[in-house]
Design a protein around this ligand. Structure first.
Ligand SMILES: [Fe+2]
Ligand SMILES: [Fe+2]
Ligand SMILES: [Fe+2]
Length: 432
C-alpha cells in the first residue's frame, strides 16, 4: 500500500505502455522499445544532451501510438509504405493531450517525413525537428530488423539499405551517426535482446520526469484516450468508469487523494485492451472463441503492465481486478470475497454500469431502469458487491449525471480528434 504519493518515473510508465502497444501482434514484438533504443543510440552519436535523449527515447517508445487499428499497425511495418502520415498525426494529437508531452508530440507528428535532400527540414510549412528525422531512421532500421532470430547476419544488409537511402529518405549526418555503431555486434544484439526494457531503463529510467498524483492523473487521462479512441464504441468508456468510480468512492468515504487514485484506476483499467485488435472491439457479430479469449486476457495484461511500476500497487489492485467476481466466477485469478478490496469492487460496479449503458456494435445501450435491474441481479448472484450497487441506486441521479457529463465531454474530444486528424490528412493530400 502507498503511504505517500507515488513518484513514478515517466519513462518506466511509458515503456510499459509501449510494450502493451506491441502485444497486439507478434509482428510488432518490441517494435516500440527497439525504436526507443535505436533513437537513443542515434541521439548519443549525434551529440544530443541528456534531456533531449530522454525525450527522444520517450518519443520512440510511443511513436506509433496513433496507429489505432491492427491493419494500420501492420501497414507501417512495411519498409516503403504509402500514406505514412495519418497515424503520425493521430499520435501527435493524442500525445499533445498531456501538457509535458507537447514537444514529444511534435517529434512524433513528423516521424515519417523523408529528408529529400533538405526539403524535409520543413513539412506543410512547418519546421521538422531533428528528433523526427532520428525517429524516422530508427523506425526504419527497426522495421528492417523485423523478427530476425539471427541478427548479426542481417546487419550488413540493413546497413546497405540505409546507406542507399542517405540524402533521399534519411539525413546524411544521421546515417553517418548510424555508421559509427552499425558495425558493432553489441548494438544489434542489444537491439534484439529480450531485456531491452532494462537496458533502456538503465540508460534513462531514473532521470527525467517523476509523476506525482496530479501528473499521473493527467497522464492516465491521455492514455485512456489511446486505449478508447481506437473505436467509436469504446471512445468514452474509461472516462465513464473513472467518473462513476470516483463518485462511488467519495460516497464510500474514500479520502480526496484516494478518489483521485481510483479515477486513475478507472482511466487505466482497460490498459490491457491495447493487446486486443481494434477490429475485434468493433466486430458487429458474435466473437469467435479465439477472439473472445483475446478479449478476456485484457485484465491480465493490465495487471502485468502495472505490476512492474513501483508506487502503482494500489491502483493496480483496483484497476486490474475489475472482472473478478465476489462468488469467485470472475477472471483471471478467480479471487473471491475478501480477496477483493473495496476499491476493486467499486471499479467492477462502475465498469459494468458504464458498459451496459453504452451502445456496442452488437447491441444498443440499456436505459437506466434496465441497467439498475441488471446490476441488482448481479448483486443477488454475489457477482457484484450489493452495498455498492445499492449506493449506486440510492444516488443514481447524481452519479448518472456525472457519468453522462464525463462521457459527453469525452465524446466531444473524440469528435474533434477525428475532425482534426482528417483535416490534417486532407491538407497533406492537397500538397501531393
Ligand atoms: Fe510510424
Ligand atoms: Fe514504427
Ligand atoms: Fe472496462
Amino acid at each position: 500500500m502507498m503511504a505517500t504519493d507515488p513518484e513514478i518515473p515517466l519513462f518506466n510508465l511509458v515503456t510499459c505502455i509501449s510494450k502493451a502497444l506491441d502485444l497486439v501482434s507478434p509482428v510488432l514484438v518490441n517494435h516500440h522499445y527497439r525504436v526507443a533504443y535505436i533513437a537513443h543510440h542515434l541521439g548519443v552519436a549525434s551529440g544530443l544532451e541528456t534531456t533531449q535523449l530522454h525525450d527522444l527515447a520517450v518519443a520512440g517508445a510511443l511513436h506509433d501510438v496513433g496507429a489505432l487499428s491492427l491493419r494500420e499497425k501492420l501497414k507501417i511495418m512495411v519498409f516503403e509504405m504509402e500514406k505514412p502520415h495519418h497515424h503520425a498525426i493521430k499520435g501527435y494529437l493524442l500525445l499533445n493531450m498531456f501538457a509535458p508531452f507537447a514537444q514529444i508530440a511534435s517529434f512524433v507528428q513528423f516521424h515519417h517525413v523523408p529528408w529529400e535532400r533538405g526539403q524535409g527540414s520543413e513539412f506543410s510549412g512547418r519546421p521538422v525537428p531533428l528528433e523526427s528525422h532520428i525517429l524516422h531512421l530508427a523506425d526504419r532500421i527497426a522495421v528492417l530488423l523485423g523478427n530476425q532470430t539471427e541478427v548479426l547476419g542481417q546487419a550488413k544488409q540493413i546497413r546497405e539499405a540505409i546507406i542507399g537511402r542517405s540524402g533521399q529518405m534519411f539525413v546524411p549526418r544521421l546515417v553517418d551517426a548510424f555508421l559509427n555503431f552499425a558495425d558493432k555486434e553489441y548494438f544489434w544484439l542489444e537491439a534484439t535482446s529480450s531485456s531491452l526494457n532494462s537496458v533502456l531503463a538503465e540508460k534513462l529510467g531514473m532521470e527525467g520526469i517523476q509523476l506525482d498524483v496530479e501528473m499521473l492523473l493527467s497522464f492516465s487521462k491521455m492514455i485512456c484516450r489511446v486505449i478508447d479512441f481506437r473505436s467509436p464504441f469504446t471512445a468514452t468508456h474509461s472516462s465513464g468508469v473513472a467518473a462513476t468510480a470516483a463518485e462511488l468512492a467519495r460516497l464510500s468515504g474514500f479520502s480526496e487523494r484516494d478518489c483521485r487514485l481510483i479515477r486513475i484506476a478507472g482511466y487505466l483499467h482497460d490498459l490491457g485492451k491495447l493487446a486486443v485488435p481494434a477490429e475485434v472491439l468493433e466486430k458487429p457479430a458474435k466473437l469467435t472463441e479465439d477472439e473472445f479469449n483475446v478479449v478476456r486476457s485484457h485484465t491480465f495484461h493490465t495487471f502485468r503492465i502495472l505490476e512492474t511500476l513501483p508506487g502503482m500497487e494500489l491502483v493496480n489492485g483496483w484497476a486490474s481486478l475489475h472482472h473478478e467476481r465476489l462468488n469467485g466466477h470472475g477472471y483471471p485469478f478467480h479471487f473471491a470475497g475478501r480477496d477483493l478490496s473495496l476499491g476493486s469492487r467499486i471499479i467492477a460496479v462502475a465498469d459494468v454500469f458504464t458498459a451496459i449503458t453504452e451502445d456496442r456494435p452488437y447491441r444498443a445501450g440499456m436505459n437506466s431502469g434496465r441497467a439498475l435491474q441488471v446490476l441488482q441481479q448481479m448483486a443477488d448472484d454475489q457477482a457484484l458487491d450489493g452495498q455498492i450497487v445499492s449506493r449506486l441506486s440510492r444516488h443514481f441521479a447524481d452519479i448518472n449525471s456525472l457519468r453522462i457529463a464525463a462521457q459527453t465531454d469525452c465524446m466531444e474530444e473524440y469528435r474533434q480528434f477525428g475532425e482534426t486528424a482528417q483535416s490534417f490528412s486532407d491538407l497533406l493530400r492537397e500538397k501531393k
